[in-house]
Design a protein. Sequence first.
Length: 330
Amino acid sequence: MNNVMNNAEEALGDFVDDFTDDVDANAEPEEEESGEDEGDDDAEDDASEVEGDEEEGEGEEAAEKPEPVKPPVSWSKEDAEIFAKLDPAAQAVIQRREAERDRFVQQKSVEAAQTRDKVANEARDIIVRQHEEFAQKLEVYARSITPQRPDQRLLYTGNQDDIVTYHRQQAAYEGATAQLQELQQQIAQSQQAANAAREQSQHAERQMDAQRLREALPEWFDPASTIQTELQSIGQELGYPEELMREASSTDILALKKALEWKSKADKFDQAMGKKMETVRAAKGLPKMAKPGAKPSKQHMSAVGKEKAWARVKASGGQDGSAMADFLGL
């Protein structure tokens, strides 16, 4: 046992000597270089002050020379030259007011176009209803006209009055038949006019709908964009048949775009939750922490014992052989 402790003490003594030699070799003389550092710091401070003054001067020059304000695009060359001579504050006011005016005119132009299209569409709807109502009235009147052929036996009774009656009935029959044919032609023309007005109204409505979609979703009309494929995919998931997708309105397309955005957010949320659950599942595989009051394990006791033994070794400067033996587990 004494040999073991002597060997441990010699090993610890060599380790301490090597450690102190390394510390002494790596130590740097701080007091001798302090003067040089202070001089360098003063030079750097002076240089930074000069650079700061230069930067402040450049900043003041930049502040004194603001960027020139461009005249409105619609102004002529002569007006632009006069504009360039104005005070920058006045130029800024004029530019702002011109921009506000342009936005106002554009907004009112869009509203006027929408109102014009709405009125024209309503007028076409009224024309459609008028043609349809007129055709219905003609059909009712045509059904009330039922031409009856005269009885041919009136010609063979030998009575002159019967012959006259037959000819009168024949004339009435021919007149009623011609009138009925004319009514049928008018009914057909009214129906054709109603159909043409309805098709024109539907075409105008499709154009208005396409314009609304162009303003709300311009990438829909971009051949390089994949938005159509993406919306068709989400439409199939929601149960939209292919023929209905081809006739989808701007309202349907914008609704599908909103659904696509919601789906994208949901997918991102699912991915984030999946990563979070992976962390939770990984944490479940870690060793459980000891509860307060529970009996510590042998590994824990061994680690605590070695830590205490090493503290005793350092406190004794390597002179405590028993502490070194405990640390080495001898």
